[in-house]
Design a protein around this ligand. Structure first.
Ligand SMILES: [Zn+2]
Length: 502
């Protein structure tokens, strides 16, 4: 039997500091997770906000394949809200939790053991009224009294829980201890065979993957993890690392996950782009350098025989070479075929916009590589309905003073505005755009990166804007970094305007 993968990118991952996804972006990620073939998608925490509720509801309506789970504390209000959000799902799951460690019960919940036990059982019973699949989590399980933990698990399984989750909420465990805890739970919970055992480890000490594997070796069935390991604080168990460990070392573990490995690279990129969370270059599996060889001796070895220095093949995770694929004269047909080769299936509107962007780029840059295409397509995927369009942009800058003049368009109306700044040309552009849209927002992050090498490289700009306490991410791609900067800001502003309207 394989190791089950419960993905929490959209719930725990979305709780990463500085990350906030709108329902459109959540849906995009959920659809990609379905392609990746995870067993469970935890879509969100519906009681947390209107936006969270809407995100879960849309995923329940539109994503098929995996089980769709929603989180709820062990109280009727949370559970009813989760049940409501999941109504349309083919395979809904309510994931309810309450803390069982002395420190959490005393200071956070102000409840004693009996009260916690009772809340857990009634929560599971209520959740069962909505769906057959109910997971119960004992928050801070690792720091809980082992016998009390087993007592709670036995009671919730009696009440109908189909899986019990053992979280190391604060990332304190070591592999031997955590494996030992799973073994103890299996030996001391009388009805444990009636439920699956899930684990949820945090990476505060860099041990989440090792702890999760130790749990599997001791009889756990399911691992909760997130793409690129994102999540609260230092994050969660990284899905791609787990999937590749079980695949590469099948000789040792003798079990695999059902993950469609070829979708790993694309999923990792999509999550990084939409959350704005970078992947460190030396990150295992999906980092820029994960399959790069710098030393001459290594390069020579790999050319003669790949396995001299590589234990995995980059193509396993869907990583493509950066080859020249299209040119100035390539037509719409070739463009679409190439995208399909790269694994992208765009809707008609997205395809039209992407083709237009491709033509603009091909005018400036003769040879278009697969990385350029990915940047264009991922840009289109991150787009929202454009309330404002940028028609013209002119910038002058000298001796510390910059002036930007813009013409933007909204519903056919053309609006001109200029602004001066001592803070550089980008600052002047953003000031002019603020004046046109009348939006009050603060730039909290600006990042620029080259997609490919060379002097006609595509520049990618990512900005984060704070509008009334919410963070909005914008992305822009162009051979001209000034243009890319304006496009990124406009993208974020349009997201703000879309969320205000709906
Ligand atoms: Zn967590």
């Amino acid at each position: 039997m394989g190791v089950k993968i419960f993905d929490t990118t959209l719930r725990d991952g979305e709780q990463s500091p500085g990350v906030s996804l709108n329902s459109e972006e959540k849906l995009k990620i959920a659809k990609q997770l379905a392609k990746l073939n995870v067993d469970v998608i935890e879509a969100g925490f519906p009681i947390a906000s209107e936006g969270d509720f809407k995100g879960v509801k849309r995923i329940a309506e539109e994503v098929s394949g995996p089980v769709i789970a929603a989180l709820a504390r062990a109280n009727p209000k949370d559970i009813n809200r989760a049940g409501e959000a999941l109504k349309a799902a083919a395979k809904p799951m309510i994931h309810t939790f309450i803390a069982t460690s002395p420190i959490h019960m005393e200071y956070k919940l102000k409840k004693n053991e009996e009260e916690v036990l009772e809340a857990a059982v009634s929560a599971v019973k209520l959740a069962k009224e909505y769906t057959d699949l109910v997971e119960f989590s004992a928050e801070d399980a690792f720091r809980s009294d082992k016998d009390f933990l087993c007592k709670v698990f036995a009671a919730v399984i009696d009440a109908g829980a189909t899986s019990i989750n053992v979280p190391d909420t604060v990332g304190y465990a070591t592999p031997q201890e955590f494996g030992g805890l799973i073994k103890y739970i299996k030996e001391n919970t009388p009805n444990i065979e009636q439920a699956e055992i899930s684990v949820h480890c945090h990476d505060d000490l860099g041990l989440s993957v090792a702890n999760s594997i130790a749990a599997i070796e001791n009889g756990a069935d399911q691992i909760e993890c997130a793409i690129n390991g994102i999540g609260e604080r230092a994050g969660n168990t990284s899905l791609e690392e787990l999937a590749l460990i079980f695949n590469t070392r099948y000789d040792y573990y003798g079990q695999k996950t059902d993950i469609n490995l070829k979708e790993i690279y694309r999923t990792s990129r999509l999550v990084s782009n939409l959350t704005g969370m970078d992947i460190q270059a030396n990150k295992a599996i999906v980092g820029k350098n994960a399959f790069a060889h710098e030393s001459g001796i290594h390069q020579d070895g790999v050319i003669k025989e790949r396995t001299t220095y590589e234990i995995m093949d980059a193509q396993t995770i869907g990583l493509k070479e950066n080859k020249i694929v299209l040119g100035k004269h390539s037509g719409r047909h070739a463009f679409r075929d190439k995208l399909e080769d790269l694994g992208y299936q765009l809707e008609k509107k997205e395809l039209n916009r992407a083709f237009k962007r491709f033509k603009e780029l091909a005018d400036k840059k003769k040879k278009i590589s697969s990385f350029d295409l990915e940047a264009i397509v991922e840009g289109e995927i991150a787009q929202v309905e454009e309330v404002y369009q940028i028609n013209l942009l002119q910038v002058t800058s000298s001796s510390g003073l910059s002036t930007a003049t813009l013409q933007m368009e909204k519903d056919g109306e053309k609006i001109f505005e200029s602004a001066c700044s001592e803070g550089g040309p980008i600052d002047a552009i953003y000031e002019a755009m603020n004046r046109i849209t009348g939006l009050e927002c603060e730039l909290v992050n600006y990042k620029i990166d080259a997609v490919t090498g060379g002097k006609d490289a595509l520049g990618e700009v990512i900005v984060k804007l704070d509008h009334e306490g919410e963070i909005y991410l914008g992305r822009g791609v162009s051979t001209d970094v000034i243009e890319a900067s304006a496009a990124a800001y406009n993208n974020a502003m349009n997201k703000i305007l879309n969320s205000v309207d709906s």
